[in-house]
Design a protein around this ligand. Sequence first.
Ligand SMILES: Cc1ncc(COP(=O)(O)O)c(C=O)c1O
Length: 381
Amino acid sequence: MNLFDVYPINEITIVKAKGSYVWDDNGEQYLDLYGGHAVISIGHTHPHWVQRIEEQLEKIAFYSNSIRIPLQQQLAEKLGKVSGKPDYQLFLCNSGAEANENALKLASFHNGRKKIVAFSRAFHGRTSLAVSVTDNKNYIAPVNETGNVSFLPFNDEEALEIFFKENGKEISSVIIEGIQGVGGINIADDSFLRKIRSLCDEYGALYIADSVQCGYGRSGKFFSHDFAGVNADIYTMAKGMGNGFPVAGLIIAPHIKPKHFQLGTTFGGNHLACAAALAVLETIEEEILMGNAVMTGKFLKDQLEAIPQLKNVRGRGLMIGFDVPEELKDLKKNLLWNQKIFTGEAKPNVIRLLPSLALKKRDAEQFIDSIKEEIQNLVPA
Ligand SMILES: Cc1ncc(COP(=O)(O)O)c(C=O)c1O
């Protein structure tokens, strides 16, 4: 049997990982500034994470949600504390798309409405509703097409206000990434998020903060939406939550009341997933990783801004992007093959940095030296 060929891949086989480094099957070492697509939050194979999972594995890995799983309550308490939202309620699932799917559905159950507002360049996942609020026609199969979703221009307060004036009573939810990831590291303006909050309040719609990529401390705050000083009704999270163990969730504001059977999952919140997620939060706290994201992120951004060939350096914490001009179009590839550094990209010309929140300054320095060398090789001064 062959694999279903949906991914263009780099011909590299990674067999070992530690912190911000990975090694291939020839023993070659790579600096990982991509984190397997923003997933590695506390560092590859972090010892506390490994120990917690191993210990849990010896006890019990899985049982369904038909019994009490105290680890879920421990995780909810820890998450409430670290995120600063202790009065929210946690629902656990398995992936970012599933978290968004549940959030959109829950909003519709809550207010009985159908219309959803999403934004240009948004990415919210590949499942049915999640993909229908994703702004990429190539990902949306005919069966996912729905007249319920309207895409508005990102960061355009006036367009949002007009749309609410005309359709406000029918809008179930507004879904937005605090910092667009796949869309190219575009920061939602604080005032735009505040406008969403006030319009949702005025018209009875729910504000869904997709924090799958920009959340879990990556921006330097637990949720990038926190910069705007507003609370969303629902936050979705995945990627960094398990540091590579598949676990996701949504936290739900106290005014939204649960009803039996409205949401459900077989695997979500299993013992092993909770152990992994607890290890992540304990490490974020213990090693002050949000502080490191602020510090190391600032260092990286300042250094990148000083490189004249790179345009529009942007981002928050350790979620950074910059535009690469046409003459440097091979930069990402050359960083990988010549310098052994993984970075991310966003089409057509953006390089994205999504490293572990524990990235060390000396690794950031190594990256800056390497990128300067590769720019010099591509466009000799
Ligand atoms: C902002 C955002 N939302 C949702 C998703 C979907 O997450 P998953 O691939 O875990 O389903 C992604 C994945 O890249 C994402 O970046």
